[in-house]
Design a protein around this ligand. Structure first.
Ligand code: NAD
Length: 466
C-alpha cells in the first residue's frame, strides 16, 4: 500500500512536469513553432515548407480540418486569453469570431486552375505557393488573424513566420501552437507556422529582410503597411479604415439604427470594418438618433461629456489612448465620470465631420453623427471621413442609384448595404470571412488564392482531345 502511494505521487509529479513543459511559457524553443531567434524561426518554417509543398491537397485538407476542430474547441480559451492579454474587446464576440474563422475560412478549394485547350495544345495556369510568408498581425484580432492567415497560407502550400504585436504575443503563441499540433496530428511537419518568443521591431526587420521570405503580409495600421511596402519585396497591405455608415431618406430607419449599433458595438468596435461614424441626411437624422437612443442602448453625450471623452480617449497630440481602445461604452463613460447601467452599448452625439471623435479611427463604441442636407453632400462627407483608405463603407438606402453612386465614389474593398458591417465577414451575409482585408494593395478580402503565385504550364500541340 505504502509503495503504491509513493508511485502515485511519482506519477503525479511526472504529469505535473509534462503539463508544465506543455504550458505556454515553458515549452522548449523550437517546439510547436516558437523560437528565441527570428533567423531560426524562418529556417524552421523553410524546412517545414519543403514537406508541405509535396503534400497532396487531400493531406493539406485533412490537417486544415484538424485546425478547424482545434479552434472550435479552443474558441473560448482563445477569446478569454485575447481579452485578458490585450485588455480589449469582449469574450462573447471573440468566441463568435474564432468560430467563424474555424468554420468558414476557405481551404484548398480556393485554389483553382485556369485552362485553355485548342489546336495548339493545352495550357494551364496553376496557383502555386510562394514558400515562406512573413506575416505581421495586430492586437485587435490577434489569434483570429493568426488562424485565418495560417489556414489560407497553408492551404496554398506555404508556411508562415509571424511577427505578432508584442501586446498579444501569448494569445498568438497559443494559436500558433494549435496550428502546429494540428499539422503533426494530421501527419504533417511541425513549424508550419512559427514565431519568436519576444517579437520586436528588430525581429520584424530581420523577417522582412530574410532572403528565404519572398512575400510579406501586414495586417495593422498605416505604419506597418508602409513598412512592408518599403521592403523591396512583394507585400500584401491590410491597413487602417474609418468606415462611415451613410443613411439616406429612403432607408428603413428603424432597421438602419439597429444594424449600425449592432455593427459598431461588435467586439467593442475593434474590427477595422466596423461602423466608426454616421452620415445622415437632415430629413431622417433626428428619427435615426431617436431609434438609436430609445431602442438600441445608445447614450446621448452632451458637449461637456464629448469634451471629456476627447481629452480621455485621445492624447494631447491627438493620438489614440491605447487604454481606451476596445473598451465598452459603460467603461468609457465611467472614465469620464458618467455612470450608466449595463444596457448602454454605445455613445452617440451629433457633430461636425472635423470633430476629433468622428474623424479619428477610435476603435471604441462611440458614434458621432454628421448631419448633411442631401445625398450629394452625404457622399462627399463620407468620402472625406474615409480618408482615402478605401477600406470599408456602409450605406442604408432603398434607392439603387444612390447605392451605386456611393459605392463608386467611396471605392472601398468592402461596402455593406442595408446591414451591419459584420455581414461583410459572413455573419448574416454571404461569402467567406477574413481578418486580413488588403485595402491598400487591392487584394481585398484575402484567402488561400491570395497567397499563391500564377504559374503557366504549357503542353504544345498535344493533350487537346476536343
Ligand atoms: P498597429 O499598426 O499598432 O500594429 C499592427 C502590427 O504592426 C503589430 O504587430 C505591430 O507590432 C506592427 N508594427 C507597427 N508598426 C510597425 C513598423 N513600423 N514596422 C514593423 N511592424 C510594425 O495596429 P493595431 O493597433 O494592433 O491594430 C489596429 C489597426 O490595424 C487599425 O488601424 C485597424 O484598422 C488595422 N487593422 C486592419 C485590418 C485589415 O484587415 N485591413 C485588420 C485588423 C486591423
Amino acid at each position: 500500500m505504502m509503495k503504491l502511494a509513493v508511485d502515485e505521487r511519482y506519477v503525479q509529479e511526472i504529469v505535473k512536469k509534462v503539463m508544465t513543459s506543455m504550458s505556454l511559457n515553458e515549452r522548449p524553443t523550437g517546439s510547436r513553432g516558437v523560437f528565441k531567434d527570428m533567423n531560426e524561426a524562418v529556417e524552421a518554417a523553410y524546412e517545414a515548407q519543403k514537406q508541405v509543398r509535396i503534400m497532396t491537397l487531400d493531406q493539406r485538407e485533412k490537417i486544415i480540418s484538424i485546425m478547424r476542430d482545434k479552434i472550435r474547441d479552443n474558441a473560448e480559451a482563445l477569446a478569454k486569453m485575447g481579452v485578458s492579454e490585450t485588455k480589449m474587446g469582449n469574450v462573447g464576440d471573440k468566441i463568435l469570431k474564432h468560430r467563424l474563422v474555424a468554420d468558414k475560412t476557405p481551404g484548398t478549394e480556393d485554389i483553382t486552375t485556369t485552362a485553355w485547350s485548342g489546336d495548339r495544345g493545352l495550357t494551364l495556369v496553376e496557383m502555386g505557393p510562394f514558400g515562406v510568408i512573413g506575416a505581421i498581425t495586430p492586437t485587435t484580432n490577434p489569434s483570429e488573424t493568426v488562424v485565418c492567415n495560417t489556414i489560407g497560407m497553408f492551404a496554398a502550400g506555404n508556411t508562415v513566420v509571424f511577427n505578432p504585436h508584442p501586446k498579444a504575443i501569448q494569445t498568438s503563441i497559443y494559436a500558433i501552437n494549435l496550428m502546429n499540433e494540428a499539422s503533426v496530428e494530421g501527419g504533417g511537419p511541425d513549424n508550419i507556422a512559427v514565431t519568436v518568443e519576444k517579437p520586436t521591431l528588430e525581429t520584424s526587420e530581420v523577417m522582412m529582410k530574410h532572403p528565404l521570405i519572398p512575400l510579406l503580409c501586414a495586417t495593422g495600421g498605416p505604419g506597418v503597411v508602409t513598412a512592408v511596402l518599403s521592403s523591396g519585396k512583394r507585400a500584401i497591405g491590410a491597413g487602417a479604415g474609418n468606415p462611415p455608415a451613410f443613411v439616406d431618406e429612403t432607408a428603413d430607419i428603424e432597421k438602419a439604427a439597429r444594424d449600425i449599433v449592432n455593427g459598431c458595438t461588435f467586439d467593442n468596435n475593434l474590427p477595422c470594418i466596423a461602423e466608426k461614424e454616421i452620415v445622415a441626411v437632415d430629413a431622417i437624422c433626428d428619427e435615426l438618433m431617436d431609434h438609436m437612443i430609445r431602442q438600441n442602448g445608445c447614450y446621448l453625450a452632451d458637449k461637456s461629456v464629448q469634451d471629456k471623452l476627447v481629452s480621455t480617449v485621445l492624447t494631447p497630440k491627438g493620438a489614440l489612448n491605447r487604454d481606451c481602445v476596445g473598451k465598452d461604452a459603460k467603461t468609457l463613460l465611467s472614465m469620464v465620470g458618467v455612470e450608466v447601467d449595463a444596457g448602454i452599448r454605445c455613445i452617440v452625439f451629433e457633430g461636425k465631420k472635423e470633430h476629433p471623435l468622428i474623424t479619428e479611427e477610435l476603435m471604441m463604441p462611440i458614434l458621432g453623427v454628421v448631419r448633411v442636407k442631401d445625398f450629394a453632400e452625404g457622399v462627399e462627407t463620407a468620402k472625406w471621413l474615409e480618408h482615402g483608405n478605401r477600406h470599408s463603407a456602409h450605406i442604408h438606402s432603398k434607392n439603387v442609384d444612390h447605392i451605386t453612386q456611393y459605392a463608386r465614389e467611396l471605392d472601398t474593398a468592402i461596402l455593406v448595404k442595408n446591414g451591419p458591417s459584420y455581414a461583410a465577414l459572413g455573419f448574416g451575409g454571404e461569402g467567406f470571412p477574413t481578418f486580413t482585408i488588403a485595402s491598400r494593395t487591392g487584394e481585398g478580402l484575402t484567402s488561400a488564392a491570395t497567397f499563391t503565385k500564377r504559374r503557366r504550364c504549357v503542353m504544345s500541340d498535344s493533350l487537346c482531345i476536343r
